[in-house]
Design a protein around this ligand. Structure first.
Ligand SMILES: [Zn+2]
Ligand SMILES: [Zn+2]
Length: 347
């Protein structure tokens, strides 16, 4: 009965979203204030992805919020900036390492507009996200390539993908955004893979950018040669957790980035990475080791009483999960370690 109610709610929200979205939503025309500059924070959320943007016109945007365990850290990060509202919240695609922290974020901030791709899943975290949006009376705007969020002359925030609605994998539904400010530009790709990349190239979008937040944590089926040549980024940001068990970033991807002479910056090595632009030049700041305090590093299976590291490839189904802050906590609760992903005696 309960599931039925949630699923009808999902359809209602989606239908409302479709009705309200029309052809891309309102564009906010802004007065240009170059004094305050553009700041893009690639927040270190361990395995996952989260980007917070402070636009020179005073608006803000959050793209994803890492895993459920990273939600607190993203909230704290934005609070520490003295910011209490998110004008444009973007959930690139419904994978847990992107939307996991969003319910916590929505509970803590005033959110203005929400953008999601036209794609649903039936995971608990996705349903929780929809319920949280409903609690706050927020509608979902279905984003697609060509939509423009901000068009203020020298400041532009636009959407380059998704460009169709029937990809085989969830990752290719990722909302891809481009920020342009004066002479500087940044593309943020979520987990978009080669199908979406190829479409963006073929559709003739202006893909040239100084900075590329590369797709799918450096996985080998993203950042294909033709896309990288079109973007030709001076800098490539990879958002990836320490000791990642998916093998991200992939050697082949790193080789392709080296071939185009792009400087690689990784959150697992640099912590939070902050880009500042005055519309002419880019500056970087780093916040070393910032992601070490993420909660929920360990995930137990309530049926088998085995617990895993959050990066393990064989995590239990979401409905069976219990989250622990530490190995000690998991053991105290009677769980035993999964030998493949928990190396005891090490770090
Ligand atoms: Zn994904
Ligand atoms: Zn991901």
């Amino acid at each position: 009965m309960r599931r039925y109610r949630i699923h009808s709610l999902i359809s209602v929200i989606l239908i409302i979203g479709i009705i309200l979205t029309g052809c891309g939503g309102p564009i906010s025309h802004t007065s240009e204030d170059y004094a305050s500059g553009l700041r893009v924070h690639f927040i270190d959320v361990g395995q996952g992805d989260s980007t917070f943007i402070e636009f020179p016109n005073g608006k803000t945007s959050l793209i994803d919020a890492g895993t459920r365990g990273a939600g607190d850290r993203v909230v704290e990060y934005i609070n520490d900036l003295g910011i209490d509202k998110i004008d444009y919240l973007i959930a690139t695609h419904p994978h847990e390492d992107h939307i996991g922290g969003l319910p916590e974020v929505i509970r803590n901030f005033d959110v203005n507009r929400v953008y999601m791709p036209e794609k649903t899943t039936n995971t608990l975290i996705f349903e929780e996200l929809l319920l949280e949006l409903e609690n706050k009376d927020l509608t979902i705007h279905l984003a697609k390539g060509g939509d423009v969020i901000i068009d203020g002359g020298k400041l532009k925030y636009s959407i380059l993908a998704p460009n169709t609605d029937n990809y085989s994998g969830l990752n290719d539904f990722s909302i891809v955004t481009k920020i342009e400010y004066g002479y500087n530009s940044i593309i943020i790709t979520g987990d978009a893979e080669k199908n979406s990349e190829r479409e963006m190239v073929e559709l003739g979008y202006d893909l040239a950018a100084d900075v590329l937040r590369i797709g799918h944590h450096g996985g080998k089926t993203s950042s294909m040669e033709e896309f990288l040549i079109a973007v030709d980024p001076d800098y490539s940001i990879i958002s990836v957790g320490k000791g990642n068990t998916y093998g991200h970033p992939h050697r082949e991807t790193l080789n392709r980035l080296q071939k185009i002479d792009s400087q690689i910056m990784r959150t697992d090595e640099l912590g939070d990475i902050i880009l500042i632009s005055d519309g002419k030049e880019l500056k970087w700041e780093e916040n070393l080791g910032a992601g070490d305090s993420i909660k929920g590093q360990y995930i137990g299976n309530q049926n088998t009483k085995v617990f895993h590291h959050m990066n393990c490839k064989s995590l239990p189904k979401e409905g069976n999960r219990i989250i622990f802050e530490s190995i000690e906590e998991a053991k105290q609760r009677g769980y035993r370690p999964h030998k493949v992903c928990i190396k005891e005696g090490g770090n």
